[in-house]
Design a binder for this molecule. Structure first.
Ligand SMILES: [Mg+2]
Length: 229
């Protein structure tokens, strides 16, 4: 997988995996299909996001996320659910919709993207937002696990507050950490598990949000605007 821009400065990813170690849950790593780099790019991705295929993929992922949470709640009634339930979600192109920026910016640049983030005015992807709101009302802690670095924390929070997103934790890339998304996100999910949570759903728009285990259920949203390793 390769980005159309500097892979050391990656967008936010989130990952989901099943509990290991502390929670003794089965591993549930994902196996991404082969990716075709030529299928990615701002215009290709934005056009794709207006298709019925994009809607179908989104609807399926979100429906499966609800189903996984509902199964956990059933198991809890039976007394067989483990841990405190949590949902892990990525931010960019999972909850936060950056298409207004990409539509105006044919060529990606980090300074341009950070300037957009600092406006803290991005809209939300409504289906993810509704799912997260539903999950939180039904007892799931919401953790955002993002590849955005700590220097963007205040702006990221401002955007979430502006869009009235309720959540429980925002876990970010350390300042100066240029590692791949999986290497950033897996330890953050482990950290969530060590706090006693079972990550029931991990949802993201990149396979690197989901790889590496530490979630019961992983849901991949479509994104052909960019790839994040
Ligand atoms: Mg993302």
């Amino acid at each position: 997988m390769r980005l159309p821009f500097n892979p050391s400065l990656l967008l936010a990813l989130s990952a989901l995996t099943l509990g290991q170690g502390v929670l003794a849950l089965p591993a549930n790593d994902v196996k991404p299909p082969p990716l075709v780099e030529k299928d990615f790019g701002n215009k290709i991705g934005i056009d794709f996001s207006k298709t019925s295929e994009y809607k179908k993929e989104t609807d399926k992922a979100i429906a499966d996320a609800y189903a996984a949470c509902k199964q956990y709640l059933k198991d809890k009634e039976k007394g067989s659910a483990k841990g405190k339930p949590a949902v892990v979600s990525d931010l960019d192109e999972t909850l936060i919709d950056n298409r207004p920026h990409f539509e105006k910016t044919p060529k990606f640049s980090w300074p341009g993207f950070e300037a957009w983030i600092k406006q803290a005015d991005a809209p939300l992807l409504p289906k993810t937002a509704e799912f997260i709101q539903w999950a939180r009302k039904n007892g799931f802690a919401i953790f955002f696990v993002t590849g955005r670095h700590e220097g963007l924390r205040a702006d990221t929070i401002a955007n979430l507050v502006k869009r009235q997103v309720a959540y429980d934790g925002l876990l970010m890339r350390k300042q100066g950490d240029g590692g791949g998304a999986e290497s950033v996100k897996v330890p953050l999910r482990e950290q969530i598990e060590k706090m006693g949570f079972t990550i029931v759903v991990n949802i993201g728009d990149q396979w690197s949000d989901l790889k590496g285990g530490h979630a019961v259920d992983c849901e991949k949203l479509p994104n052909k605007i960019y790839l994040v390793e």
